[in-house]
Design a protein. Sequence first.
Length: 283
Amino acid sequence: MPLISARSLVLASLASGLLFASGCKRQTDVVTPDQDVTTAEDNSTTESETALSGDIMTAAAPQDETQNSSPAVAGAAELARVYGTCGTRTYVAATRTLTIDFGATNCLCPDGRYRRGQIVVRFTGANLARHSGAVVTREGYFVNDNQHTATRTFTDLGNGSFSVAVANGSIIYANNGGTCTWTAQRTYTRTAGYGTPQVADDVYSVTGQAAGTNRRGVSYTATITKPLVKRGDCYKYYVAGTVTLANDKGSTLVLDYDPSGTQACDNSASVTVGAWTKMITLR
């Protein structure tokens, strides 16, 4: 039986140290920095789903919480801009429950992702204005055929700001692609747009951290090291900010949403591992 050289052991250790996850890493035989950009893309997906929950509450909350099927505060045009025309909105006053149902088959949404299933908002605060209190879950919910589960609890912080605690988060990837899990805490500080039901004029500065395990069983932490900037007119992507992902192998990856420094509304970002940097396209 051949002996394993010390050099081989070192190289194997370095390769395993490049495994990251905040979302998730596709299964490969050898992990290199170039292959690991999927980690950053998946992290962006989980952030986008949390942001979508907040946008839906802002736009789709009922005008009169005591009436079944009360119209949305923001109007039909704004709802179509936020989540498209194939999502059906219902509101039940007795349980203070808002449901956005994308149906049983894939529906192409304005952010370029296919969705099916339901986003369910159960309001718990004194009133439904903005994010006064709500628990958001997903039921039979898929994005691009990957199943998402999580419980997101919103807390009003006043002046249009709110925090979100994410529990039981997971993405179950299609075609036996594995499962990743995470928890997170986010604070959305409103910097513009307070006082209107429209999402387009909202601007938030987002901070917080997350932790979990990727589909390969590697533990990680994700920390927003420069506040993310979320603009309502560019709801598909964050326009600035950085997230640092660190795993239990001692490696780190930095995701930069604004490598050009212009805060452009586009799907360009960069990932950096040590001295290695690559431009990526967010999905």
